[in-house]
Design a protein around this ligand. Structure first.
Ligand SMILES: Cc1ncc(COP(=O)(O)O)c(C=O)c1O
Length: 358
């Protein structure tokens, strides 16, 4: 359990900022004639003529209940990418502060750091993609304001131990952000409940992966209430569209569908591990807690091109530091995965034919 002075970490201009006050949030009481927000008044003809509730109270309360947290401990964003950007802008002074993350890791942290003119430092994972916990703590610099860690990590699929997350929140005098975009696929469990123990811990989650809703663009930022007061000052009013919140409410009512999809993906994932392991071109399949595998190949670039010719696109990380000769393969449906296996077998026999003819 640790509470630090959050106001001392927030950028002074954000501390002082008076957030935009939207028309609909300025009245209290009951009303049914809305002439306050310069909207088009034709409710009966148009379905989206009104601005949404900028607090998204219904959606937030359902998500908060699911996560066993308070409604004031969650903010919704236009994908979790928007949440990452808001966090950086709240805490990091351009040209002075920096954020830290691990390498190989999620590429968006560098992009957001560069956009905001924030320093970007990385700590290299071990060769097996495990984390040298003490090494990371030792490499924290005085300018480090934020540490972003994905658990499970993209692109490696590896996870961070809950004990280490607690240790980091205790020993680091800045903000720890755990990106749980893939948490539903993992059996390691979320650290959401730790926000009640550490007010310097922020968790981001998304509707884009296990929930199957990348197209609606909806992310969650979960943190202590005081932290969210600052982050909400930066969040643009109505950042989630009415369509998005309606679709999210519909999805949240269908818990069975989510469970079924996760179960099927995880079962396909087990099959894929076996299949990949059998291919001669595969050097290593890294263990993964997410819905993908990072795989080291003999001749990754050629395999990438051959798969593409067969109409199968995977993600190449061959040129990424620490992922040389690696491709990241997302688990598809059984039918999609079968096409991938078929393409791999074709590549294998072409190599055999070439070798024999030489
Ligand atoms: C670790 C991680 N965080 C966040 C995101 C982005 O999520 P969203 O679609 O919610 O912006 C991704 C997308 O690939 C990801 O891999």
């Amino acid at each position: 359990m640790r509470r630090i002075d959050i106001s001392a970490l927030v950028r002074p201009n954000i501390e002082k900022l008076v957030a935009y006050s939207s028309a609909r949030s300025e009245f209290t009481g009951q009303a049914n004639i809305f002439l306050d927000a310069n909207e088009n008044p034709y409710d009966e003809i148009l379905s989206y003529n009104r601005y949404p509730d900028t607090y998204y109270s219904e959606l937030r309360s359902i998500i908060a209940k699911d996560l066993s947290i308070d409604i004031d401990q969650i903010m919704l964003t236009n994908g979790s990418d928007e949440g990452i950007d808001i966090i950086v802008r709240a805490f990091c002074e351009p040209s002075r502060d920096h954020l830290m993350t691990v390498e190989p890791g999620f590429g968006m942290f560098k992009v957001v750091a560069d956009i905001n003119d924030i320093g970007y430092r990385t700590y290299r994972l071990n060769d097996d993609y495990s984390l040298d916990e003490q090494g990371l703590i030792d490499s924290i610099a005085p300018e480090t304001k934020l540490i972003f860690l994905c658990s499970p990590n993209n692109p490696t699929g590896s996870s961070i131990s809950h004990q280490f997350i607690e240790r980091l929140c205790t020993e680091f005098n800045g903000i720890v952000i755990i990106d749980e975009a893939y948490i539903e696929f993992s059996d390691k469990g979320s650290v959401v409940s730790l926000i009640n123990e550490y007010n310097n811990l922020i968790i981001t989650q998304t509707f884009s992966k296990a929930l199957g809703a990348a197209g609606i663009r909806l992310g969650k930022v979960i943190a202590d209430t005081e932290v969210l007061v600052y982050l909400n000052k930066i969040r643009m009013p109505y950042n989630i569209s009415t369509n998005t919140s309606e679709e999210a409410l519909r999805l949240l009512k269908n818990e069975d569908l989510k469970k079924k999809m996760i179960k099927e993906i995880n079962s396909e994932k087990e099959d894929m591990y076996q299949r990949l392991d059998d291919y001669d071109q595969v050097i290593e399949v890294y263990p993964s807690d997410a819905n993908f595998y990072l795989v080291k190949f003999n001749g990754a670039s050629k395999i990438y091109e051959s798969l593409l010719q067969a109409g199968v696109v995977v993600r190449s990380f061959s040129r990424k530091k620490g992922c040389e000769d690696c491709l990241r393969i997302t688990i598809g449906t059984q039918e999609q995965n079968n096409k991938f296996y078929k393409a791999m077998e074709q590549i294998h026999s072409n190599i055999e034919i070439n070798e024999k003819s030489q």
